[in-house]
Design a protein around this ligand. Structure first.
Ligand SMILES: NC(=O)c1ccc[n+]([C@@H]2O[C@H](COP(=O)([O-])OP(=O)(O)OC[C@H]3O[C@@H](n4cnc5c(N)ncnc54)[C@H](OP(=O)(O)O)[C@@H]3O)[C@@H](O)[C@H]2O)c1
Length: 299
């Protein structure tokens, strides 16, 4: 019999992921800060819960997909949080992009309470969440992983395992360094091409035929040229991850002070370049729409 599964956080990513679990036959209990986002799942038979605690009381495995570390902390450890309702041996799999320090802390707290905490951030966006082809980095206890594995396989097409939750969190931040850097470079290159009277479609074609290509350049490049700016990954969330990247890098700064390592170690400059680009915009507290307007006006 399939495990009873709970899902907390029904945003752009969480809703299609929860729908996949429901379609695969897992008995689903759901909670979201904004109740109306749960309506389509509830109509299909999911049980609405008033709190993360109630989700945990009804589920052997609880998934969460939330905006940030603060939301996860409250969802897990708050007075109505998962750990208040979790039975011994139950599993909480968080799939949000959050701070490695938080996932390490949650790993310890859940272990002390006789439960499992896994961190399984994802690579992929709404289309991959919808068709179950996310790439998953799962960090944490093997016993907990084996219990959650069937449900995880419904959500992702490939799983990389890590012993500790925070190792998986770091892997996701490493990937997001690429997303932010590549997205920024692509947007700038397309505008530059247009201004230089070079057809941007030819630029995408050249990338496609060369060693410079990446699938992201083709999908995002096409959307940009079609002027389709419907967000799949909001600017707020992207800038959050650049800040999360910066903290672990700061913790590694002692490396730069080691004379043997200093030469040739080039992690810091590209990190800071993309971080500056994103933080410059987010520090002005712009919404996605305002940032897009600014980009259109300045292009
Ligand atoms: N979008 C992507 O392409 C993508 C790809 C990979 C990973 N991720 C990661 O996936 C996570 C979710 O992203 P998303 O794009 O689905 O974002 P989203 O659409 O903004 O959804 C965020 C979810 O978090 C909930 N939430 C936010 N603050 C909360 C709080 N203080 N207390 C309780 N719940 C709170 C929201 O509830 P409400 O509905 O009430 O606002 C919503 O359910 C993020 O960690 C993101 O970095 C996103």
């Amino acid at each position: 019999m399939k495990s009873s599964v709970g899902f907390i956080g029904l945003g752009m990513m969480g809703t299609p992921m929860a729908a996949r679990l429901q379609k695969a036959g897992f008995l689903l209990a759901v909670h979201n800060r904004t109740k109306k986002k749960a309506s389509s799942l509830v109509e299909e038979g999911a049980t609405w819960c008033e709190s993360p605690k109630e989700v945990a009381e009804k589920s052997e495995i609880v998934f969460s997909m939330l905006s940030n570390s603060e939301a996860l902390f409250e969802c897990a450890l708050g007075s109505n949080g998962v750990l208040r309702g979790a039975r011994k041996g139950s599993v909480h799999v968080d799939m949000s992009t959050v701070s490695p320090a938080i996932t390490k802390e949650l790993g310890n707290r859940y272990r002390d309470a006789g439960c499992f905490f896994l961190h399984s951030p994802v690579l992929g966006s709404v289309p991959q969440a919808t068709d179950g082809s996310l790439l998953l980095f799962v960090g944490g206890n093997e016993g907990g992983f084996l219990r959650a594995e069937p449900a995880l396989k419904t959500l992702g097409s490939r799983i990389w395992r890590f012993d500790q939750p925070e190792q998986a969190s770091h892997m996701k931040l490493l990937c997001n360094m690429f997303i932010a850097g590549m997205g920024t470079t692509l947007a700038q290159a397309l505008v530059f091409a247009e201004k230089a009277n070079v057809d941007p479609i030819i630029l995408l074609d050249v990338l496609n035929q060369s060693a410079l290509n990446a699938p992201m350049y083709q999908t995002k490049g096409k959307s940009m040229l079609d002027r389709n700016f419907a967000p799949h990954f909001s600017l707020n969330i992207c800038s959050k991850t650049s800040i999360l990247c910066f903290r672990p890098v700061r913790n590694l700064m002692w490396l730069f002070r080691q004379p043997k390592l200093r030469r040739g170690y080039f992690l810091k400059p590209p990190m800071l370049v993309f971080q500056k680009r994103i933080i410059l915009r987010s520090s002005r507290c712009w919404s996605d729409e305002q940032a897009l307007k600014w980009e259109r006006n300045s292009s």
